[in-house]
Design a protein around this ligand. Sequence first.
Ligand code: NAG
Ligand code: NAG
Length: 471
Amino acid sequence: MRATSLPLYLLFLVARAALTLAGPHAVLQRAHHFAASRSRGLVSDLRLAFSVVPPRRRQKSGLVKRNGQCVVALGITDSKHSSNDEGASGDNSESSTQSNSSSASSSSSSSGASGSSSSTSTRAAATSSSRAAATTTSQRQPTSTSTTASQPSPTPASPWRLVESHEGLDFFEGWEFFTFPDSTNGIVDYLNEQDGRNANLVSVNDNNNAVMRIETTPTVAANRKSIRITTQSTWNGGLFIMDAVHMPTGCGTWPLMRGSAFWSNGPSWPTGGEIDIAESVHNYTNNQATLHTSPGCRLPSSNPSDLGISGSLLATQDCAVATTNNEGCGIRSPDSNSVGVGFNANGGGVYAMLWNGDGISVFFFPRGSIPSDIFASAPRPTSWGLPQARFPASGCNPSQFFTNHHLIFSSTLCGDWAGGVWNIAGVPGQEQSCAQRTGFSTCEDFVRASGASFNEAYWEVRSVKIYQLQS
Ligand SMILES: *[C@@H]1O[C@H](CO)[C@@H](O)[C@H](O)[C@H]1NC(C)=O
Ligand SMILES: *[C@@H]1O[C@H](CO)[C@@H](O)[C@H](O)[C@H]1NC(C)=O
């Protein structure tokens, strides 16, 4: 942490709290709480925001500020927000029909030709905004528009249209490579894209899958090199589908694929919320989908059948960071192949996160059980059966707790969670603790001394696709 970053960071919190929320006093108290408890991650994320946001976005925010840095940082939120307003409002207006499979499919098929033509024009708008974001925020200049949809229009049976797609050789177009200290105190150094490619930690393999690895040097003195990527685009609802064939696993690892506001656990965290879609540590085999929010977001029930889920509650119905020691409300998958060795042995699978006016749901489909509508890029979540996790709007209104989310892949080592449960056994896949399995008394000592253990600590991703409702 650099001492010189702190004043800027506090100014930012003040400006953001005053501008964005109804209760500035309460927000400032929270801001101070997080300033105290999470200053390292906050400052690093703020530095990222300041360093990559182009000044020209300033003009789009239309807000009056006294501090140039605040103008820039707020501008990114506002301009990206506006580029997705159409998707967000479509979401809200159609969310009730989305919950009803027969009405959703009949309304979209009855809209027929007009539906697909409006889809084409809105997709063109999304393409240009995404391209604009790429050319202004990326350190490199993308040479193609491959981060946006290039497929033909989805069939009318799906209420969703593909607006952003990452796969194949161009997978890494449209992401920022995060290069600041890990905000969860893991012992990794995140590399930029060029360094990552040079170190063979970032690649597209012979199967056309994107690979993100962790350094396997036998011993290191401090941190291992790793990769963390964040979409340049932000979203206020939609359907987010990731197809992966491999996830990091093994003692010390902590892979996470999530949606989160403002790059990461940034200055306003958890305002704007975090949706952990696929996450595990160590040898865990069952995914934990979790929300981390500001106060007031809850699961309305602890009963899986009331919630309409296949998973089970981990600890608490309370999703608020402040009252759960950062834990949030987690739901564990019943599937022992949803992360870790089980996931990898089965060739992975598909995660889908549905975020609309009804709430937030996370679905998992193991390889071999992936609905064909997903492969057709014409997804119909109402036909998918029970989600692993669901956080209904009745307990947690998404429009209140979640805003401007990026998708983020990260692979850290040790840190708050993986380091914290090094000695814990009894979780599916972790019948023995990692302390027992490795003979090392701390996560950090094991990680620094055991490079070969991280040969399995890689993401291999076939695609990431982002959909918005047909409008
Ligand atoms: C949902 O579908 C049922 C059966 O087709 C229909 O009767 C009902 O009105 C629909 N509900 C909504 C909210 O559209
Ligand atoms: C757990 O992780 C350790 C260290 O990576 C590995 O050696 C071991 O095989 C794993 N055990 C299981 C059951 O996956």
